[in-house]
Design a protein around this ligand. Structure first.
Ligand SMILES: Cc1cc2nc3c(=O)[nH]c(=O)nc-3n(C[C@H](O)[C@H](O)[C@H](O)COP(=O)(O)OP(=O)(O)OC[C@H]3O[C@@H](n4cnc5c(N)ncnc54)[C@H](O)[C@@H]3O)c2cc1C
Length: 464
């Protein structure tokens, strides 16, 4: 049989992966699994081999895990050339090369971009550089923040009550530290789960001793004469003394290095088709550049073909696997990335899980358990169908609701459920913030139909 282009690629082609973390590593493993015998290069700007991020907020801050020991397990040998500690700074789509910060140009036949996101910094640079001010995304952030908490600060201020901010507040309370959480929305987790669940999360925080202040922004941070943070000024005119500040204002997509390349990349991520192939700026799909993980935006049939950007561990793995499969397949053997979003968090001793896209939901129904007991399942509805679900300490039911989402089951659920309480007899408004106002809390962002980002090239989140 004649040698196909795919055979040649697999035998002696060049695959380059930019972003050496969860998605990049998993893709590299699958690329080898598919029989790729050519050269494989992994480019990562961090100096470390791929490590896991969720333990940074869950175990490292509690002293239960050492940040140095969070390397991701390897599923197989990937026989790659590792270019760590060097950033990709440019892409030439015509010449098929990636430019590196050290001036080198790395040629590719197939490119996977998995450059993820970074923590949004405090908007005032000088204040953000004060000693004791942290964000939490990298291993270094985790080590630094854990050290600051070990030193026994008098008060920690967490700015932003999304998942990361809430988990940090939880870790502080578990360590017996005084912590204030300032959130400009009306409750924790409202961007991801809406106001009804935000109210439960607020009670949970307050009962656990968090000084939670909602509807409040931090307007400025103040340092002492040694350059360490000593106080924060709040939008209600008050001043809060604090010696550690954690900025939890969400994430920014690592796409700046692609500016001018012609790829459909911008502040909301890199647009790709359901097969993980990147779009160029004109909305035309490329055939040699793929995207996976937190940096990707891809359309999903279950959610109105909206482009979804997900900051979910499971999505990074699933999308990397699909991208790698498609990179190594004939066009007729390719498959779509149709992963149903799923997320977990643990805070204040409660296991919180979600599935689907709760933030598309206009209504929520507590189908099992009770909010007062913090053990329940909430089902989100959108235009008469089940679109998402959340559980507090009730995760065993989630798979069932995932199936309901997959088969576009009707909402409100017409069937009876075990442990249905009086407050679960009918749906109530889910109370999400206005979707046109970007929040720093969501772990899923819906971004319309446009594959290219020209229109939103100047997008900046409101208020920051
Ligand atoms: C504290 C914390 C807790 C979390 N908890 C949960 C959780 O409970 N559940 C959950 O589902 N998810 C959680 N997540 C999210 C999860 O970790 C991410 O979804 C996952 O890391 C995404 O993987 P990724 O490979 O796409 O991106 P990333 O892990 O962000 O990796 C991207 C890599 O690319 C590098 N890079 C960026 N630009 C360049 C460039 N130009 N050149 C070279 N390299 C570059 C980055 O430095 C980084 O190493 C958490 C994240 C954090 C930070």
């Amino acid at each position: 049989m004649a040698d196909t282009a795919l055979d040649q690629l697999k035998r002696s082609g060049r695959v380059v992966v930019v972003g050496a973390s969860l998605a990049g590593l998993r893709a590299a493993e699958v690329i080898r699994e598919k029989g790729f015998a050519g050269s494989l290069t992994l480019i990562g700007d961090e100096p470390h081999e791929p490590y896991d991020r969720p333990p940074l907020s869950k175990q490292v801050l509690l002293g239960k895990a050492d940040a140095e020991r969070t390397l991701l397990p390897r599923r197989r040998d990937i026989d790659a050339e590792w270019r760590l500690g060097v950033a990709a700074t440019g892409l030439d789509m015509a010449a098929r090369t990636v430019k590196l910060a050290d001036g080198e140009e790395v040629p590719y036949d197939r490119l996977l971009i998995a450059t993820g996101v970074r923590a949004r910094p405090w908007p005032n640079e000088a204040e953000g550089e004060l000693g004791g001010v942290f964000t939490l995304r990298t291993r270094e952030d985790g080590v630094g923040l854990a050290r600051a908490l070990n030193a026994g600060p008098r008060r920690v201020l967490v700015i932003g009550a999304g998942f990361t901010g809430s988990e940090i507040a939880s870790a502080c309370r578990e360590r017996g530290l005084e912590v204030t959480v300032a959130e400009r929305g009306n409750g924790p987790l409202v961007g991801a789960l809406g106001g009804v669940i935000g109210a439960v999360a607020a009670e949970l925080q307050r009962e656990n001793g968090v000084d939670l202040r909602t509807g409040i922004s931090v307007t400025a941070l103040e340092g002492d004469s040694t350059g360490r943070v000593r106080a924060a000024h709040l939008s209600d005119g008050t001043t809060l003394e604090c010696d550690v500040v954690v900025v939890g204002l969400g994430a920014q997509r690592n796409t700046e290095w692609l500016m001018g390349s012609g790829l459909g990349a911008g502040p909301r991520g890199i647009a790709c088709d359901a097969g993980c192939r990147a779009f160029d700026l004109r909305g035309i799909v490329t055939d040699d550049i793929y995207v996976a993980g937190d940096v990707a935006r891809s359309p999903h049939a279950l959610f109105g073909y909206q482009f979804l950007s997900l900051e979910h561990w499971g999505n990074a793995v699933a999308q990397a696997e699909t991208a790698a499969h498609n990179m190594m397949s004939e066009s007729t053997d390719r498959r779509p990335h149709l992963w149903v979003p799923a997320f977990w968090s643990s805070q204040f001793g409660v296991n919180i899980k979600s599935v689907g896209v709760p933030s598309m939901g206009t209504e929520i129904m507590i189908t099992q358990g009770s909010r007062a007991e913090r053990r329940f399942t909430g089902v989100y509805g959108y235009q008469g169908r089940v679109i998402g679900a959340v559980t507090f300490d009730n995760g065993r039911w989630l798979q069932f609701y995932e199936k309901q989402i997959e088969c576009t089951a009707p909402f409100p659920p017409p069937f009876t459920t075990v442990d249905r309480r009086p407050d679960g007899q009918r749906p109530i408004p889910a109370d999400f913030p206005d979707p046109s106002v970007p929040t720093h809390g969501p772990t899923i962002t819906l971004s319309g139909y446009s594959p290219a980002d020209r229109r939103i090239a100047t997008f900046t989140p409101a208020g920051h």
